[in-house]
Design a protein around this ligand. Structure first.
Ligand SMILES: [Mg+2]
Length: 433
């Protein structure tokens, strides 16, 4: 097998005005669909971050990829790793996908997943079988709730239906959660926090607990918007709600900060596990997080941890260290959803339902043949089809590519959106509270 062709398809995907401590989502999220074709006509696909940066990084790898045997991934990783810069990998200040220190892992992941898709197709086996087989047939995902402004994403005549309406208080968040849980059957619930005053976010979690009861584990992720003091205050106020399968995710910046929150909560009898995808973004961080007792659940992500095989390795490392593992998500389409699902299906240890932004994207924006991938009972079922189990819809790809070409921006900038729509002086403050 030899890779004869590499095609990069930048796309723009309508996205509602979701809020986080980073700011506000733009009307379109940017993604890149990667496609390789072997000399004998087998294709392999993957999906990764979008915009000029990720595209240029992949383009630069073209000479490495053309002519390569898709089975020979270790050499590619070794080369990219050797050229990667060293430094503090924390993503505290950066939106996911923008950390220059992770660029090699992101680019490698995009190629690795496309290669495994092609290998799976050549062998007639699903990708999870290439990772050692299934630890589970169905991969659980969580409802991922966001405070949001009115609007369903897209612009002008291309605007999407606003299924959830404006959600900027506890009552509307409960409505959003009910709607999402009813439609997809999710059994765990995550709230993106760091947006409203902490007291209001506490009330939101309490209202969710009241609505769904203790059988729906709850988690909140303010993306480091809180000081250590505020994190401890919120943790104590929610010590019942966030225990029992839930967690506190990146409440404050740095592993040292999180370790301090954990120590102080435990001192007050609040045993709330902490999860991270901001302070822990690479294998080296896992050991430090464990040593400090800062993080109890590592949030993996095949897109920047170095591919789907890295998730298997991370799962084993977490098991060894007595940590939990789940999965982080960004805006994504069905190709990413399937890569995440295959990785999570094969991971020996997966302790919490994975995150997914998938409910926030509309059917009009799906690029896989057959449209939206079903999430039923809160889970994605792993198909027996070879590779990732999805094929590209080239008409859709062309449509989303055309929209990308018309967009004036080539980089995610949630702060700019805040300044444009909410407050001309807005900037991200850490900690804000
Ligand atoms: Mg997070």
């Amino acid at each position: 097998m030899r890779i004869a062709e590499l095609r990069l398809h930048p796309v723009a995907v309508a996205d509602p005005p979701l809020r986080s401590s980073y700011g506000r989502h733009a009307p379109y999220a940017l993604r890149t669909i990667v496609e390789i074709r072997t000399a004998d006509g087998i294709t392999g696909i993957s999906e990764t971050y979008g915009g000029d940066g990720p595209l240029a990084a992949l383009e630069a790898l073209r000479p490495e990829i053309l002519g390569r045997d898709p089975f020979q991934l270790a050499g590619l990783w070794r080369k990219l790793k050797a050229e990667a810069p060293e430094g503090d990998r924390s993503q505290t200040r950066l939106v996911p996908g923008e950390n220059p220190l992770d660029q090699h892992a992101r680019s490698f992941a995009a190629i690795e997943i496309a290669c495994l898709d092609a290998i799976g197709k050549a062998l007639g086996r699903p990708v999870c079988d290439l990772l050692g087989g299934r630890a589970r047939d169905e991969v659980p995902f969580s409802a991922y709730l966001f405070y949001k402004h009115a609007g369903g994403g897209g612009l002008g005549e291309d605007a999407r239906e606003d299924k959830y309406g404006e959600c900027l208080d506890p009552a509307s968040m409960v409505r959003q959660a009910r709607q999402m849980v009813d439609e997809y059957g999710f059994r765990e619930i995550k709230l993106k926090g760091g947006v409203l005053e902490p007291e209001l976010e506490i009330t939101t979690i309490q209202a969710l607990r009241e609505e769904f009861g203790p059988n729906y584990p709850l988690r909140i992720d303010p993306n480091c918007a809180w000081s250590v003091e505020t994190s401890v205050r919120v943790g104590l106020a929610l010590k019942e709600e966030l225990a029992g399968g839930g967690y506190l995710e990146d409440p404050t910046a740095t592993l040292e900060g999180m370790a301090e929150v954990r120590r102080r909560l435990l001192k007050h009898g609040a045993d709330i596990p902490q999860a991270s995808n901001v302070a822990v973004t690479a294998f080296a961080d896992v050991l430090e997080a464990w040593r400090l007792g800062a993080v109890q659940i590592v949030l993996s992500d095949p897109h920047y941890w170095g591919g789907v095989r890295a998730i298997d390795q991370l799962s084993r490392l977490c098991e060894l260290l007595g940590l939990g593992m789940s999965m982080h998500s960004n805006n994504h389409l069905g190709v990413s959803l399937m890569a995440m699902a295959h990785a999570a299906a094969a991971a020996p240890l997966l302790t919490h339902a994975c995150d997914t932004h998938y409910p926030w994207q509309a059917a009009e924006d799906e690029v896989v043949v057959g449209g939206r991938i079903p999430i039923q009972g809160g889970s994605v079922r792993i198909p027996d089809a070879p590779g990732l189990g999805v094929e590209l819809d080239y008409d859709q790809l062309a449509r989303l590519g055309e929209r990308y070409r018309k967009l004036p921006y080539r980089k995610r900038d949630d702060e700019a959106e805040m300044r444009l729509h909410v407050d001309p002086n807005w900037r991200r403050l850490l900690p804000r509270w």
